[in-house]
Design a binder for this molecule. Structure first.
Ligand SMILES: Cc1cc2nc3c(=O)[nH]c(=O)nc-3n(C[C@H](O)[C@H](O)[C@H](O)COP(=O)(O)OP(=O)(O)OC[C@H]3O[C@@H](n4cnc5c(N)ncnc54)[C@H](O)[C@@H]3O)c2cc1C
Length: 126
């Protein structure tokens, strides 16, 4: 069995496999495959915007860590689709919800361990 190439960007790999299959079908039918004109951007385009503040192992790789906490801003969390590092292939809303739930658990655990000081953002009445 042919070994698949390592693929760090799974979504891109899937697109390329689909494109190759469409090329084979077009050739078999005597047609000509027209690529998506947006391929010139060399980026995956999705109707599910993700990755605006991606997670990473270090600040060089991303905006937040794997628990949604912004690097160098302890206690500041992002918990939405923007923390996903890129397209996941399938529709993402349940994955986003699960990831946000995990981040919420991490925030609660952090407070329970007194990792952070709770700060009131409400103006004090004078
Ligand atoms: C037409 C359509 C169909 C889709 N169908 C599916 C599907 O079938 N299955 C699936 O899994 N996914 C689907 N998606 C994708 C899914 O809806 C999104 O990926 C998901 O909702 C993203 O979640 P989010 O929390 O990152 O952002 P959002 O759900 O967009 O939440 C962002 C929130 O932030 C609020 N906001 C924005 N700016 C500010 C601001 N300045 N201040 C305060 N609040 C602000 C917005 O009002 C909004 O409530 C679909 C998307 C679209 C557009």
């Amino acid at each position: 069995m042919k070994e698949e190439p390592p693929c760090l960007q799974a979504g891109e790999c899937q697109y390329e496999r689909v494109r190759q299959q469409m090329q084979a079908i077009s050739t078999a039918l005597g047609g000509k495959l027209k690529d998506d004109p947006l391929w010139v951007l060399n980026r995956l385009v999705t109707v599910h915007p993700l990755g605006g503040c991606p997670m990473g192992r270090t600040i060089a790789e991303g905006v937040v860590n794997s628990y949604g906490e912004v690097f160098n801003y302890p206690g500041l969390y992002i918990a939405d689709g923007s923390v996903m590092p890129g397209p996941v292939g399938a529709n993402p809303s349940l994955t986003i919800a699960a990831l946000s739930d995990r981040t919420a658990d991490s925030i609660i655990a952090g407070y329970q361990q007194h990792t952070y000081q709770i700060t009131s953002f409400c103006p004090t009445s004078s």
